[in-house]
Design a protein around this ligand. Structure first.
Ligand code: 1HN
Length: 349
């Protein structure tokens, strides 16, 4: 039977592939290995942005153009391996947004979901669906998919925050829509604090219907509450060897993640504690809210100061050591991995 299959020469194969290509056909056997690696190899690489290094450039952008002109005055955090693609990880966009006193970032809405993690300044506000919230350092703020949102700065100092969006994921799915509001600012239809009171007090309205579909109706998770919860939880039982004390931001309606595509959580690593290495399929963006923390990501070591941002690509080993009590904010595409049945993690010794 050996003589049935005659191995062709490379030249014969290339000539065959050429004829296939004219019919929009291609030989799978030439690409199969690349399509099916034995485990994920992220195109993104570990990286860290030092806030004190980018801050002067951010402020320089503030004198170069207005928030109005820019629509959103943001320095995109580009993964060094994904230049020009507006990506921090394979699926997540990240940037640092600046808004100067008195400025407005005009109202618009889009199908990608967005989060803000407040870094600097007092008096920053955002309006989501007719309700405003004041954004204080460490607050985790959400802009649900397709919700109108505009930002302002009512203080006297520049305000800056980390933006996270599922933009690359939504672009991949070719489901990106965008619309401008008919005015710079939305009119306010609810008092400040309404959403947090109704949905974020361990209570819910009778006949709960979510205001934002698959997204949590709470759109500001204040750092003061998050921090207090983490500190109390750390005193309550032994620390997890891999996660120290980690609490995720939750949608009170169903207990799930806060957004349909982006998972977010905060890790508290007490001074002197060192986590054991772990890795997971989701690609993570992290920002240090408070403290001083050494992050090992792949073969990189980052000594993170407050407001520094780092990336741990999917399936890359990571571990942390806290020099001071440290609070690390993280977001990733984990929720999408989980819903699609693709999430995996591995805990090292
Ligand atoms: C956006 O709408 C905001 O609303 C920030 O503040 C960054 C990056 C890409 C696309 C839309 C915002 C964004 C964005």
């Amino acid at each position: 039977m050996d003589d049935v299959v005659k191995t062709s020469t490379e030249a014969q194969r290339q000539e065959f592939y050429g004829r296939l290509a004219t019919q929009n056909l291609a030989p799978l056997w030439e690409v199969l290995r690349g399509l099916l690696p034995s485990e994920p190899r992220s195109k993104a690489v570990p990286h860290r942005w030092v806030y004190d290094d980018l801050r002067p450039l951010l402020l320089e952008s503030g004198s170069l153009l207005t928030a109005q002109e820019a629509e959103r005055r943001v320095l995109v955090l580009e993964n060094p391996a994904l230049k020009g693609m507006s990506r921090a990880t394979a699926t997540m966009y990240a940037g640092i947004q600046l808004i100067m006193p008195g400025e407005t970032a005009p109202a618009h809405r889009h199908s990608p979901s967005a989060l803000r993690f407040m870094l600097e300044g007092e008096g920053a506000i955002t309006v989501v669906g007719g309700e405003r919230t004041t954004m204080r350092r460490g607050d985790f703020v959400i802009t649900p998919s397709w919700a109108w949102h505009d930002h302002g700065n009512e203080g006297t100092q520049p305000c800056a925050w980390l933006d996270g969006l599922d933009l690359p994921l939504v672009q991949f799915l070719e489901a990106s829509f965008n619309e401008h509001y008919n005015d710079d600012r939305q009119s306010l239809t609810r008092p400040e604090g309404d959403s947090l009171a109704r949905f974020g007090s361990g209570m819910l309205p009778l006949n709960t219907t979510s205001r934002y579909g698959l997204t949590t109706p709470i759109f500001n998770y204040p750092f003061a509450r998050t921090r207090a919860a983490l500190v109390a939880a750390a005193a309550g039982e032994a620390l997890d060897p891999h996660e120290a004390v980690t609490l995720r931001y939750a949608n009170p309606i169903d207990g799930g993640w806060t957004m349909p595509t982006i998972a977010a959580w905060m890790m508290f690593v007490p001074a002197g504690f060192e986590t054991r290495p772990m890795r997971s399929t989701d690609g993570q963006v992290m920002a240090l809210a408070e403290g001083a923390l050494t992050a090992h990501v792949g073969d990189k070591r980052y000594d993170l100061a407050e407001s520094d941002v780092a990336v741990a690509p999917g399936w890359t080993w990571r571990s942390y050591r806290a020099e001071k009590d440290s609070f690390l904010f993280c977001f990733s595409d984990r929720v999408a991995h989980e819903k699609l049945g693709l999430y995996r993690e591995q805990r090292g010794a």
